[in-house]
Write a protein that binds this ligand. Structure first.
Ligand code: ADP
Length: 776
């Protein structure tokens, strides 16, 4: 073991320590160097002040032994210079001086020396002083190192405190902010200002997970904001933000080079280091947190951990705010759908409905341009538009349908279709007069299970519609489809009504014409009957007169054959007379000239008299005709000429339409309130062939006969004997003239089983009261 090792071990110091000896005397230098070398020191020498300064700077010795008296700059000056330089100022300097005066010692200490040794040198003393000062220097250095260490720990603690503070402030504040944009702005500003970062930004992934959009950014004062419309594809290889969003792992750059700087933030020129953290919710990454510092290597691993905790906190707050936003949108949608439902069902005008749809939709899903398009044949026609250029020269929007285009895609899937960027879509047909809006949302309108058209919405930015919005518009389109269908049906019904009304008007016009025609014909017929019957009456009276004269002539009277012939002529004339009278009655009824001249009439006597006229016929046809309860009837006021005709016709009909051997009954009763004269009701029933209910009204019209007229047998009282079809018309005329009523009841027409008929005649007891009582 040599001396140096011994010394090193003895002092506990590194024997590799370097001492610079400065002396202009080479002998002194040599002796001292050798001595110190034996104690393991590395020795450097310098012969003058200048060289000493250079070497000291270059080698950084642990101690300098400096001669005071030297040519050139002396030891004091050299020491002063050493003390002014940062790299050499802490090196301890021991002066070597032959001058033992106190002024020199003071000067040496003033110049920055720590000690001095006097020449001639006592080597042990020199060694002892050197070792002492080296130990002091080492202790000081250690202390300094510790101080630096302490300072560092302290600043880390301060940083940590700020982080904790920020974290708790963030926790407090962000939970109370429910608006997403406000939340993001607050978070970036808070973090930037607390840590004094150069830039803090939050990037969020869009719904389709294809684009990252800078949603909020906070910059150091005086640094321009990058604008909030920045976006990058998540596939962008060069972007740290995109990489972090893809991998969900943080990225840190201690020194930002031009190449590594986020493209989008290129103008943040002073950024030196960058940290990008994933915004995580469980294993899902919803975006990235980008932080920049204007110093290099500003992000230690501790910082990264703490900032990641902040980012995680923020991610959850973002998700909550998004949920809240979606929830709010849903509520707005539900309200709007309900409102729209009400408004639209109240709007049945086809022209107003599509416009209303776009109007209401804008309150739920904002858009820049919107239209409602309906398919008509091989084209889509726009029936309502919003946000389109309002230029008189704007052509109508008719879009031809091609196979594979967007409408066909929607029709096939019956689902909304989102296009992030129409300029990159093959099936997109851009109308050349419209400025390009990049994002498009198309939603089918379905009615009666068929796609009838679509709602088309656009926004200027790329990827601006979310899936949530698409779902909302779909709900809306459902309402719209129903409203349009309602409007269409209403339109159809209105048109149908219109055409029906027109048809009804046309038919009424035709009917009116026909009615007028019939009225004219009827009048002609009535006139004809009137004229004919009047014209026939006179010659008939003449014939009747002459037959009566002929009957008195003996030549005729005594000639059996001639008498028979005369009887035949008489019967014929009587029948003709009767028919002519009947025709005259009908003509009078038609002309409303049948005015009864009332007298008191006993109906039982009247009916009996008429029955007696048919005595022979009833016998011949083996018919029974019974009268019941007629005796109890009160006398009534009626025309004694008209009333016999009334009952005559009804009884003749009963006889005519009842087969041989049948029964005819005539009964009567009073229908009256106790304190009023009231009515009498006579019912003539038979067991005849009956009448179908559909004819019950018409048989009272003149000339109306059921069955084939040509098949009728002739004869007044023969079974199904023919007549002119005037009997019941006269009956009704007479009854109405007396203020009474007449109707028939019969189950059906059936010649086989003969269900029979019942004719009801109701006549007022007191003719003067007739009308008022009938009315009541
Ligand atoms: P007609 O001269 O044909 O008897 P009416 O006016 O007296 O004319 O009667 C009209 C039609 O009503 C008759 O053709 C007959 O078909 C029907 N009719 C009238 N009375 C009866 C009855 N008692 N039973 C069945 N049918 C009757």
């Amino acid at each position: 073991m040599n001396l140096a090792t011994q010394n090193a071990i003895a002092t506990g110091e590194n024997y590799e320590q370097t001492i610079l000896i400065v002396d202009d005397n080479p002998t002194n230098l040599g002796v001292l160097s050798n001595y110190l070398k034996t104690y393991g020191f590395r020795i450097l020498v310098a012969r003058n002040g200048e060289s000493a300064l250079q070497k000291a700077q270059y080698v950084q010795p642990d101690l300098i032994l400096l001669d005071v008296l030297m040519p050139g700059i002396d030891g004091f000056e050299t020491c002063q210079k050493l003390k002014t330089q940062r790299s050499t100022k802490s090196i301890p300097v021991i002066f070597m001086t032959a001058l033992a005066e106190a002024t020199d010692k003071v000067k040496g200490f003033q110049a920055g020396g720590v000690d001095y040794v006097t020449k001639p040198l006592q080597f042990e003393e020199v060694l002892a002083r050197v070792n002492t000062h080296l130990r002091i220097r080492n202790l000081t250095k250690n202390l300094q190192d510790q101080a630096i260490e302490l300072q560092k720990t302290n600043s880390a603690l301060v940083k940590r405190t700020i982080q904790l503070e920020t974290s708790s402030q963030l926790g407090r504040e962000v939970t109370s902010i429910i608006d997403l944009d406000e939340l993001l702005a607050r978070v970036v500003e808070l973090i930037r200002s607390k840590f004094n970062y150069y830039f803090v930004g939050i990037w969020l992934l869009d719904d389709m997970q294809t684009l990252l959009r800078l949603r909020a950014g906070a910059n150091a004062e005086g640094v321009p904001l990058p604008g909030n419309e920045l976006q990058i594809s998540v596939k962008e290889e060069k972007s740290a933000v995109a990489r972090v969003a893809r991998t969900c792992k943080h990225f840190v750059a201690d020194e930002i080079t031009k190449a590594s700087k986020t493209l989008a933030l290129a103008h943040l020129w002073a950024a030196r280091s960058e940290l990008v953290l994933p915004l995580r919710i469980g294993s899902e990454c919803i975006g990235a947190f980008e932080i920049m510092h204007d110093e290099p290597a500003a992000f230690a691993s501790n910082d990264i951990l703490a900032l990641q905790a902040l980012a995680d906190h923020t991610a959850i707050a973002i998700r909550n705010a998004e949920f809240y936003k979606v929830e709010q949108q849903r509520r707005r949608l539900a309200e709007s759908l309900e409102y729209t439902g009400r408004v639209l069902t109240g709007t049945l005008n086809m022209r107003h409905v599509p416009g209303r749809i776009l109007e209401e939709l804008a309150t739920v899903v904002p858009y820049e341009r919107g239209s409602v398009l309906l398919q008509k044949g091989d084209k889509l026609h726009s029936v309502a538009q919003r946000g389109y250029p309002t230029n008189s020269q704007t052509p109508p929007m008719n879009i031809p349908l091609n196979s594979g285009d967007i409408f066909q895609r929607i029709t096939k899937t019956r689902r909304p279709l989102l296009i992030s960027d129409v300029t990159k879509d093959e099936g997109w047909q851009q109308l050349d007069w419209l400025p390009i809006n990049h994002s498009w949302l198309g939603v089918p309108m379905i009615s009666r299970n068929k796609v009838i058209g679509m709602i088309s919405l656009t926004r200027r930015q790329v990827g601006a519609f979310s899936l949530d919005e698409a779902t909302m518009v779909l709900g809306f389109a459902g309402q719209a489809g129903i409203a349009l269908e309602n409007a269409r049906l209403y339109d159809e019904i209105t048109q149908l009504n219109h055409s029906l009304e027109q048809k009804v008007a046309e038919r009424t016009e035709e009917l009116n014409k026909a009615y007028q025609m019939l009225e004219r014909l009827d009048k002609t017929k009535t006139d004809f009957i009137n004229v004919t019957s009047h014209e026939l009456r006179t010659p008939l009276s003449v014939i009747k007169g002459y037959t009566q004269i002929l009957d008195l002539l003996p030549t005729v009277n005594q000639d059996e054959k001639a008498r028979d012939m005369l009887r035949g002529i008489n019967t014929g004339v009587d029948r003709l007379h009767q028919i002519v009278n009947t025709m005259l009655d009908v003509a009078r009824i038609d002309a409303e000239m049948l005015h009864p001249h009332p007298d008191e009439i006993r109906l039982d006597q009247l009916i009996k008299t008429i029955r007696d006229q048919f005595e022979d016929a009833l016998q011949e046809r083996c018919l029974s005709l019974s009268l019941s309860h007629l005796d109890n009837l009160p006398k009534i006021e009626a025309d004694p000429d008209l009333l016999p005709k009334l009952f005559y016709n009804l009884i003749v009909n009963a006889i005519k339409y009842t087969p041989d051997g049948g029964r005819i009954t005539i009964e009567g009763h009073k229908v009256a309130p106790p304190d009023a004269p009231g009515y009498v009701e006579i019912v003539i029933s038979d067991t005849g062939i009956g009448i179908d209910p559909e004819h019950h009204e018409q048989i009272f019209e003149k000339f109306y006969q059921t069955g084939e007229v040509s098949l009728h047998s002739t004869g007044r009282t023969k079974f199904k004997g023919g007549g002119p079809g005037l009997g019941l018309a006269i009956v009704r005329g007479i009854v109405l003239a007396h203020g009474g009523q007449v109707w028939v009841e019969s189950e059906r027409y059936d010649e086989e089983n003969c269900p029979g008929s019942r004719f009801y005649v109701r006549l007022p007891v007191n003719l003067a009261n007739a009308n008022s009582e009938v009315d009541s």
